[in-house]
Design a protein around this ligand. Structure first.
Ligand code: PEP
Length: 225
């Protein structure tokens, strides 16, 4: 199974020229890399302007169409070639008051549109609540990103032993073959340990994905694992 490296650009960069520059640097830098699937999740407005790497969205709504001002639907994302959608990121839960009920609805909508959901969780309770009413067959399609809140954008990385314990606790719920990622202050120095020692299948990377050199360095390090 390939190592999955997801770039979460969050609300960056501020214009398309910079977005294209960052994207092409990552594309160029990873051309010869083997065994890694690189997914870039830029802001919605850049999705249709970037090509050549797998694309993901950072969020979506739970309905496909309708009177929901300001929302972007999973159907729209699918129709512009998006493959992955991040759901329940801690910043959405914190700043936009997304609840586990909303996360559950989004997860179901993403699955119904045959997109791959990357469900971000901080604890086991959030996993259980997000999966409510989703069949075993569908649960197998969900990628989980363990993102301890204290580690998001803080430079305070989670210990390998704690992360590994969480990885295995999540697998007890989703099954041994589930794709579990780690996210939280990953950089080129600590990335390899999360794959090699904590046995994650991949990484969700925020801050470090905005620096093409550092991001490519991370990808190259994990491709050697
Ligand atoms: C994230 O936003 O999902 C994330 C992991 O951020 P950072 O890498 O900056 O901690």
């Amino acid at each position: 199974m390939k190592t999955l490296i997801i770039a979460n650009w969050k609300c960056n960069p501020g214009n398309l020229v910079k977005a294209k520059k960052l994207f092409s640097a990552v594309k160029k830098g990873t051309e010869v890399v083997k065994g890694v699937e690189v997914v870039v999740c830029p802001p919605f407005v850049y999705l249709s302007k970037l090509s050549g790497l797998t694309l993901g969205a950072q969020n979506c709504f739970w309905e496909d169409e309708g009177a929901f001002t300001g929302e972007i639907s999973p159907l729209m994302l699918k129709n512009i070639g998006c493959k992955y959608v991040i759901i329940g990121h801690s910043e959405r839960r914190r700043y936009f008051k997304e609840t586990c009920i909303m996360v559950n609805k989004k997860l179901k909508a993403v699955l119904a549109n045959n997109l791959k959901p990357i469900l971000c969780i901080d604890n086991i309770n959030q996993v259980k609540r997000a999966l409510k009413g989703i069949s075993k067959k569908e649960v197998k399609k969900i990628i989980i990103a363990y993102e301890p809140i204290f580690a998001i954008g803080t430079g305070k990385v989670c210990s390998i032993s704690k992360a590994k314990k969480m990885n295995f606790s999540i697998k007890k719920i989703l099954g041994e073959t589930a794709a579990i990622l780690y996210g939280g202050s990953v950089n080129s120095k600590n990335a390899k340990d999360f794959i090699e020692k904590a046995e994650f299948q991949g990484l969700l990377i925020g801050g470090a994905s905005l620096n093409s050199k550092e991001f490519v360095k991370i990808i190259k390090k994990v491709s050697q694992v």
